[in-house]
Design a protein around this ligand. Structure first.
Ligand code: CA
Length: 365
């Protein structure tokens, strides 16, 4: 059975050669043009629909299901170009996998491994660079930067971070965790490319900066929340402050990371400590606003074992134990020409497995 059947119908923006971009939904390995439905669905980007709010999202999905059920024309994905499906407003990246935080701490700070003192009290995050959020398939030019005192050059420790992104439809301030589904339109897969050598030199005390801002790739498909099946969030200790409660839903998303066509990892989103509702509540808790098109990402998704980690820093223990790929070569960090694809599946609201799209990128020198 296709993971892109009528139970799923993720949104994207596609172009045929010489034509303007249009909204579509993915059906199998084809896309269905939504422009005949008019209004919010006859657009070149998802933003107008996203801004219209949950009642319109539900109505649009019902209309699309009816339209797709009637057997409209389908355009093979091989005949179209997929664009960034929404105009990215602001971009925020969290750090909400406890196992990832522990792994990074053990690798980078072996003298004092463990979680930072505040980690279980608030969802740590930083503001990223929305202007360099790019759609899957966009080549990633190896970044250059300061690698240490007196050294500027191309990063030698280029890495990935497999994450899940949440796309804000309706903006707001001080968003309660209970209102998560009124504000968040859907999810997308994210690769937060990271230059570990630049990061290690620059990040203290203010966190990631140029080590991350050169590129963030997203899937061209936005899976609407309505297609997903929430699961109970994980227990939290200590109990979070009131503004972070109730925790809101968890999601049992199973990610997959391929390095040059070798599957190297299967990060489990269900293991995340902080929920997307808590991240949004925290992000807006000081009075800061979010707006239509804001993207916030979960943070690297890592589970308890080496084959469940969401970064190559963890997979190869910072390059000390290179991973063997199916062509017999070994890797510590990314080499020029390497390709990484992150994909995902989940059991959706209809009780069947659905695809979460994929985000891919190839490294240029
Ligand atoms: Ca990240």
């Amino acid at each position: 059975m296709s993971r892109y059947g009528i139970e799923n119908l993720p949104y994207g923006v596609f172009r045929r050669p010489g034509e303007a971009p249009r909204l579509g939904v993915r059906l199998g390995s084809t896309v269905v043009d939504l422009s005949p439905l008019g209004g919010l669905l006859h657009q070149s980007t998802l933003n107008p629909l996203m801004a219209a709010g949950r009642a319109q999202w539900t109505a649009a999905r019902a209309a699309i299901v009816e339209y797709v059920s009637a057997g409209p024309a389908r355009i093979p994905l091989s005949d179209v170009t997929l664009d960034l499906p929404f105009e990215v407003a602001d971009y925020t990246d969290f750090y909400s996998s406890e196992q990832h935080a522990l792994n990074v701490s053990a690798i980078l700070r072996p003298d004092s491994p463990g979680l930072p003192e505040h980690w279980r009290h608030l969802p740590i995050g930083y503001h990223g660079r929305s202007s360099t959020v790019v759609v899957s398939g966009t080549p990633i030019r190896r970044p250059s930067g300061q690698l240490g005192a007196g050294v500027f050059g191309p990063s030698r420790r280029l890495d990935i971070e497999a994450e899940v992104g949440f796309v804000v439809g309706v903006g707001g301030r001080r968003i309660h965790t209970d209102d998560f589904a009124e504000h968040v339109f859907g999810i997308t897969l994210v690769n937060d490319w990271s230059a570990r050598d630049i990061q290690a030199w620059e990040y203290r005390p203010l966190g990631p900066f140029l080590a991350k801002s050169f590129a963030t790739s997203v899937s061209p498909w936005i899976v609407p929340l309505d297609a997903l099946a929430p699961v109970p969030a994980n227990p939290q200790d200590p109990q979070p402050l009131d503004y972070l409660l109730p925790a809101g839903p968890g999601f049992d998303l199973r990610l997959s990371v391929e390095w040059n066509d070798t599957r190297v990892s299967a990060p489990p989103f269900a293991a995340m400590y902080w929920t997307a509702a808590q991240q949004l509540a925290h992000l807006t808790s000081n009075g800061a606003s979010v707006r239509t098109g804001d993207l916030y990402a979960s943070g690297t998704v890592s589970g308890n074992s080496r084959d469940e980690v969401g970064s190559f820093l963890e997979l190869t223990l910072s390059g000390k134990e290179p991973v063997k790929l199916s062509d017999g070569s070994t890797r510590g960090f990314l080499e020029d020409g390497d390709k990484v694809t992150i994909s995902g599946t989940t059991i959706g609201a209809a009780g069947v497995e659905i695809g979460l799209g994929e985000v891919t990128g190839t490294i240029l020198a």
